[in-house]
Write a protein that binds this ligand. Structure first.
Ligand code: BTN
Length: 256
């Protein structure tokens, strides 16, 4: 892969645009949505203003990790939308398995953890492409080879592929596996919608039956996870016995 901001040929199902440094691959896709091929993958060696969920930042030191955004048409049917986070999480799991890292699980909706240590995060945003077409920007950050100092700079427990695999893993190998798995899952969702991915996605979670706290913008819910709905929402039984479905929020596990 050459470092350029023009598309390069690759065996991937979409062109890969490889940047040396950028503020955020998601922001880059949003700024250039009118010019970029769609679908495409924007990869950066370093992000100077990497974005995380809930307005957090994503620590993105040079050359240590995978930082990429997949730009693709937003599905027309609302029922297909939850397939995006599901496909991203499943692709991460498949890529980890491909390089010999086992034991990862999906912390709703799409974080990947090993025990309580985060290894991958996903930030999905939208923008308008040519002809005002609505596009999705699926931003994925996976810790590949972070130094102990960089891992310690993260405010939550974190790990990396190298730490878990116990060996050096080529970024290109992980990237190819991730992209291939993402587009395979996405293809599956084109016909079957989110329902086609939901069983695997739900099975890869360890939250079923667990006691959790879910932080929403204006309240915090405490309850037990009873299911993951086909539309991607988290089903909770609250302490007063009532049921709530949550579309988005930050989950914290309560001790067993
Ligand atoms: C999270 O908070 O867990 C989501 C993190 C998403 C980080 C990725 S890195 C590539 C892409 N560009 C960004 O600025 N963020 C996402």
């Amino acid at each position: 892969m050459t470092k350029t901001d023009t598309p390069t040929q690759s065996p991937a199902p979409a062109p890969i645009i490889h940047l040396r440094t950028v503020d955020s691959t998601n922001a880059y896709c949003q700024r250039r949505a009118q010019e970029l091929p769609c679908p495409c993958v924007v990869l950066a060696d370093e992000q100077t203003a990497g974005r995380g969920r809930q307005g957090r930042s994503w620590h993105s030191p040079d050359g240590e990790n995978l930082y990429l955004s997949i730009l693709l048409p937003l599905p027309q049917a609302d029922s297909h939308l939850p397939a995006l986070p599901m496909a991203a999480a499943l692709a991460g799991l498949d890529a980890l398995t491909a390089v010999g890292v086992t034991g990862a699980w999906i912390k709703w909706p799409n974080d990947l953890l090993i025990e309580n240590r985060k290894i991958m995060g996903v930030l999905i945003e939208t923008c308008r492409g040519r002809g005002s077409r609505e596009l999705a920007v699926v931003g994925i950050g996976m810790n590949l080879d972070m130094s102990a100092a960089d891992l310690a700079a993260i405010d939550r427990p974190a790990t990396s592929v190298r730490a878990e695999a116990g060996r050096d893993v080529e970024r290109a190998e992980l990237l190819q596996a991730l992209i291939a798995a993402f587009f395979a899952a996405w293809e599956q969702a084109q016909t079957g919608g989110a329902a086609a991915l939901q069983p695997r996605w739900s099975a890869a979670s360890r939250l079923l039956g667990r006691s959790v706290q879910v932080e929403l913008p204006n309240e915090t819910l405490s309850g037990t996870v009873t299911a993951f709905a086909t539309d991607g929402s988290l089903c909770l039984r609250l302490r007063d016995g009532s049921d709530r479905r949550v579309q988005a929020g930050d989950v914290h596990l309560r001790p067993l």
